[in-house]
Design a protein around this ligand. Structure first.
Ligand SMILES: NC(=O)c1ccc[n+]([C@@H]2O[C@H](COP(=O)([O-])OP(=O)(O)OC[C@H]3O[C@@H](n4cnc5c(N)ncnc54)[C@H](O)[C@@H]3O)[C@@H](O)[C@H]2O)c1
Length: 365
């Protein structure tokens, strides 16, 4: 079988940290053939580091879509251009892996879903946290009914002082918002996927810009308050149609102990589950809580066993799993793990939190 041919639009941080290294391990199945970045030196470096012999660089995504004989493209640009590029790519006959969030608003995300349906081209969103070992184990437990009915969840996306200082993360026009759309999107996606519930009824939210002028102590170095245009934290309360509720906490900078990111707490009628450890480094694990024989119990897996990603040496990376699942879908028509309809619901809820924060009103679906 011929290898899949892949193109990349945006050759910055996430391309180099996640997608290129993951695909480099899958060279027997797919080749990295075309690279595009507004900054030509980035596309040239990506081609040199990861490109197959004969790989090409393009100055514009339109040129790549018109000329590069690729089966699928990766959209790895700032949030504002996800929809425009993904729509153009599917219309040009390419399948699309789009970085998160799907888009900066519902209208743009709906356009992507509609074009995917019209063209029959596959569209997925890069929620790699679903591919962590702890997430996979918890998802199995949830689907097996081990937690019973899950009626309360907390989606955690809280950093104490970790405002991203590269790229355009604090630029409202380019990103659509701050920590809510940047990291809140991962935690909410995990919560809804684990609950198997994508039907929101009501959203109330509040956002803050309280620490923007206090850049000291940031783990990525001080940010520039003059160009910090987005919220520094945002919180949402979501009631689902079946009555379950989700509390979403997101922040890049908050005076709080024990920050937690890409992490979920689930409370069900039979048991609860808490994601613990260092999720962002694939070292997360689950602590279950339940009652048995009249005693409250906590259970957790032995670290280092059963696929729990604890030691670096045997830790399968979430990005590698994401890449494998995408190639399975392209090559063998395996079902998408992250379906665009689900990512659209995440986008809808995040937009509703921003609307509620701006208007002071609840948003009803
Ligand atoms: N999945 C994750 O956990 C994760 C982590 C970080 C970033 N991201 C997402 O990845 C996307 C990019 O973030 P990043 O950290 O890589 O940013 P970045 O700034 O490091 O890289 C983006 C690249 O896109 C290029 N670019 C911008 N507009 C372009 C266009 N129209 N055509 C071609 N190239 C263009 C820029 O020159 C830059 O090199 C964002 O949507 C972000 O939310 C996801």
């Amino acid at each position: 079988m011929e290898k899949l041919k892949l193109g990349f639009i945006g050759c910055g941080g996430i391309a180099n940290q996640k997608h290129f290294p993951a695909l480099a391990k899958l060279g027997a199945r797919a080749e990295m053939l075309a690279f595009c970045d507004e900054r030509p030196e980035r596309a040239a470096k990506a081609r040199a580091d990861f490109g197959v012999a004969g790989a090409q660089c393009y100055a514009s995504y339109a040129e790549l879509l018109a000329k590069a004989p690729v089966d699928a493209v990766y959209v790895l640009t700032p949030n504002v251009s996800h929809s425009e590029i993904a729509v153009a790519a599917m219309r040009a006959g390419k399948h699309v892996m789009c970085e998160k969030p799907m888009a900066i608003n519902t209208v743009q995300a709906e356009a992507m879903l509609n074009v995917s349906v019209q063209t029959g081209k596959k569209l997925t969103v890069a929620y790699q946290n679903r591919f962590r070992q702890d997430s996979i184990a918890l998802h199995k437990a949830c689907r097996a009914g081990e937690l019973g009915e899950i009626y309360f969840a907390k989606a955690h996306a809280i950093r104490r002082r970790a405002v991203p200082t590269w790229g355009v993360f604090a630029d409202k026009a380019k990103q659509g918002g701050g920590p809510l759309i940047d990291i809140g999107t991962h935690a909410l996606d995990l919560a809804l996927w684990l609950m198997d519930n994508h039907a929101p009824a009501l959203v109330v939210g509040q956002s803050f810009q309280k620490l923007k002028d206090k850049p000291e102590g940031n783990v990525f170095g001080p940010w520039d308050p003059a160009t910090f245009e987005v919220e520094d934290s945002a919180f949402g309360f979501i009631r689902m149609k079946n009555g379950a509720v989700v509390q979403l906490d997101s922040s890049w900078a908050l005076n709080i102990l024990n920050p937690k990111e890409a992490s979920v707490t689930l409370c069900g009628t039979e048991a609860g589950a808490e994601m613990a450890g260092q999720q962002s480094q694939d070292k997360g694990y689950i602590i279950y809580n339940r009652v048995r024989h009249n005693q409250m119990l906590e259970e957790q897996p032995s670290l280092g066993s059963g696929g729990v990603a604890y030691f670096d040496g045997n830790a399968p990376k979430a990005g590698d799993g994401e890449a494998r699942a995408w190639l399975d879908s392209l090559e063998h028509d395996a079902p998408l793990v992250v379906r665009p309809e689900q990512a659209l619901v995440v986008t809808r809820i995040l937009e509703a939190i921003y609307h509620s924060a701006a208007s002071g009103q609840a948003v009803y679906f």
